[in-house]
Design a protein around this ligand. Sequence first.
Ligand code: PLP
Length: 377
Amino acid sequence: MKTSGLNTLCVHAAHSPDAVTGAVAEPIHLSTTFERDADGEYPRGYRYSREGTPNRTALEGCLAELEGGIGAVAFASGLAANHAVLDLLGAGERLVAPLEGYYGTLRQFAEITRRRGAALELVDFCEPSAVKTTLAGGAARLVWIETPANPLLSVTDIRLTAALAHDGAALVVCDNTFATPVCQRPFELGADLVLHSATKYLGGHSDVLGGVVVVRSDAALLERLREWQRMAGAPLAPFDCWLLRRSIATLALRVRAQCQGAQRVAEFLAAHARVERVFYPGLATHPGHAIAAAQMRGGFGAMLSISIAGGREAALRVASRTRLFRRATSLGGVESLIEHRASIEGPATRAPQNLLRLSVGIEEPEDLLEDLAQALA
Ligand code: PLP
């Protein structure tokens, strides 16, 4: 897909005026049940809303087009989408997953592999030699990457990892939540499945929880995930599907503006005396910058972390003083957020105690810089 066509796709993918009324904006269908014809058939394709609804079809079609896959399966949260993929793991099979990633996902890996008798191997995906050794050590069913990753924005080379994983016939799963299809297109680099916490940039307004798995090309795999969606009974509700589809119309506009803002914020913070280090793939000083420049063709994203000189107390003090940056967890909304990551992740956290994570919104970058300057003063 041409990146210049992205706004057009965000507006029009799997969307056309309502066939019955001509409504240009998508109607919301809340009905849980759908009428059979006199012959007992369901020619319109809907029967009961757990199995499928018009708003879910619209959202899933849109996300499949945006990522360049054959289909998508939407769930009630990002973790529910993860769970559907983890259900592919059988007893005795191997999951190769990142050392650095969203802590809720890492917890799922540990619990689900333990309960099913599957093997979990954590690897530093920034170290190609470690990845090679791990993947050469035995066949893996799933190789799971998150890039850029929580909380240090580490970058995984998707193409290289996918090539190594495919040598062993593993499925490559890429969590594209931080990058979005605006910045990064994992299917073009070899991923088999793309995951999103739709709660973040796809929703974009911090008012809807959702998750999605997109399948690149394997129809049987898509059907297996759809079966899980029906069986687990945790699909995304019609209104949430509608909210997400509506938000995706402005996804590229928002994310491009957020990336520009994040670059300005990162450069400002990198030059600030009270900031020890800035973790942002758009800075040449970031260890993953070269890989990010090659694979994040649409931008470096709008998430960054900073370590504050003076330790935990100094970091908490900075967070306590911001006025525009809201002190809240999550990310990807139009409003900027700041968070002391170790506090939310608890005792098992890998986040340094002096680390603050920033989600840059769509506010004017000058206003954000002013806010950070006064908070750091
Ligand atoms: N993946 C990433 C990268 C995340 O940051 C999150 C949540 O923060 C999730 C998955 C889980 O998504 P959800 O909170 O929608 O369940």
